[in-house]
Design a protein around this ligand. Structure first.
Ligand code: AHG
Ligand code: MN
Ligand code: MN
Length: 330
């Protein structure tokens, strides 16, 4: 007799879909495809030290950054799964300069566009620290059947239909929102499926973790320096601890569960910060807000930024509401 109720990702999504009688089921199929690619990338990440996938690919991506082999592998796996699944008409990827149009017969009537950071935290691949995948789902604006346009792709974060991430950590988890809260599923490798492990996640409104690359301190604006000084100097009751891995997915995930603030502010070298609006800021901002937190550039809500190019960057301050409000007071 089964005593404890285990809910798989597919069962959970089917249940969510049943609440919307008009839903076509295509979004569920997109999740099926994400799940499949996630399991393959998970396998590759787990075997990375054993087979020849560590290290650099020998090229740089469109932003001039060194591309790791796993970046390429993950990009290809997600593209392939989403293409074979048949429910996505285009993909934009951190690893590709332009829109990747999917014009197969299977996909030509699909309305969904995917934005993806296939491998987040590349600098941690070779050192066995947590890495991830980040994704967003949008609906095209132009009619189905024709080529996907820049206007279809460059939509504000508030238009996201779904967003999520996969973390390849000490366990592998898929965390996502479709605008009805945030739920997390842990991969049970013994049955090969993602099972609901963290229902309806709410980020604590207060936290004691601040996550920022303090190596950039001298390059931050004075107000950011002042806020960091506040976190460092709260000697009254040792209120804050610094935690920074350098994989956004891992830093974000910890703060989501424990409470904290994650920042990648502008620097003198990178006036718009480092993180990409379409691939990192918007999906994480959607999840943050759905979990009850705040996600801002410091000047306004991330989800309302008007994108002008696929690879644009923006400053990021996100996390526990009380902490972000405190940071904004500077
Ligand atoms: P990616 O590996 O997709 O290029 O992203 C790396 C990002 C993000 O994951 C992380 O928060 C940030 O870069 C770390 O940057 P620094 O090394 O400058 O702190
Ligand atoms: Mn990234
Ligand atoms: Mn990446």
């Amino acid at each position: 007799m089964r005593t404890n109720k285990v809910i798989s990702l597919s069962q959970f999504i089917a249940d969510q879909q049943n609440k919307f009688p008009d839903a076509s089921g295509d979004l569920s199929k997109i999740f099926r495809d994400f799940k499949f690619a996630a399991k393959i990338v998970n396998r590759d990440v787990r075997k990375a030290g054993l087979v020849d996938v560590l290290g650099a690919f020998g090229t740089v991506n469109v932003q001039g950054e060194e591309v790791k082999k796993l970046d390429i592998i993950a990009n290809e796996e997600f593209k392939s799964s989403l293409t074979l699944g048949g429910d996505c008409c285009a993909i934009i990827s951190e690893e590709e300069e332009d829109i990747h149009q999917i014009e197969t017969t299977l996909n030509q009537d699909s309305k969904y566009i995917i934005a993806i950071d296939p491998l987040d935290g590349s600098s941690n691949i070779d050192v066995n620290a947590s890495i991830g995948t980040i994704f967003s789902v949008y609906q095209r604006k132009s009619p189905v059947g024709g080529p996907v346009t820049m206007e279809d792709v460059l939509q504000k974060g508030i238009n996201q239909v779904a967003a999520g991430y996969i973390i390849y950590g000490s366990s592998t988890m898929l965390v996502f929102t479709t605008g009805q809260g945030v739920n997390a599923f842990t991969l049970d490798s013994s049955i090969g499926d993602f099972c609901l492990s963290h229902p309806n996640i709410k980020i604590p409104s207060k936290g004691n973790i601040y996550s920022v690359n303090e190596g950039n301190y001298d390059q931050f604006d004075q107000n950011i320096k002042d806020y960091i000084d506040f976190c460092r100097n709260s000697i009254d009751k040792k209120a804050y601890s610094a935690r920074y891995i350098g994989s956004m997915v891992a830093d974000f995930h910890r703060n989501l569960l424990k409470g904290g603030i994650f920042m990648y502010p502008s620097t003198t070298d990178s006036p718009n910060g480092k993180l990409r609006l379409m691939f990192e800021s918007n999906p994480m901002a959607f999840i943050t807000e759905q979990a009850g937190g705040i996600a801002t550039t410091g000047k306004g809500r991330i989800l309302e930024l008007e994108p002008t190019e696929i690879h644009q960057r923006n400053p990021v301050i996100m996390g526990s509401s009380d902490m972000v409000k405190k940071a904004l007071s500077y």
